[in-house]
Write a protein that binds this ligand. Structure first.
Ligand SMILES: [Zn+2]
Length: 70
């Protein structure tokens, strides 16, 4: 599936994250996200595709709730 990226997402501040992947969407807090964070989110995209949507997002949410989401 084609990925759609949304930048300048100020609401991510509420979640205290700089980026969030909800496949096939990737949200970035910055208007111009850097190469590093985009590469990091690309890893999550690969994880969703390798596992399943539900499996990935369940784990991702768990990581977020444990404060490990970066
Ligand atoms: Zn991450």
């Amino acid at each position: 599936m084609r990925i759609r990226e949304f930048t300048g997402q100020g609401w991510l501040l509420w979640l205290n994250v700089r980026a969030l992947t909800i496949y096939p969407f990737v949200f970035y807090r910055d208007k111009r996200p850097g190469v590093k964070i985009r590469a990091h989110e690309a890893i999550h995209i690969a994880q969703v595709r390798r596992n399943s949507w539900l499996r990935f997002h369940t784990r991702y949410l768990g990581d977020y709730l444990r404060g490990r989401l970066r």
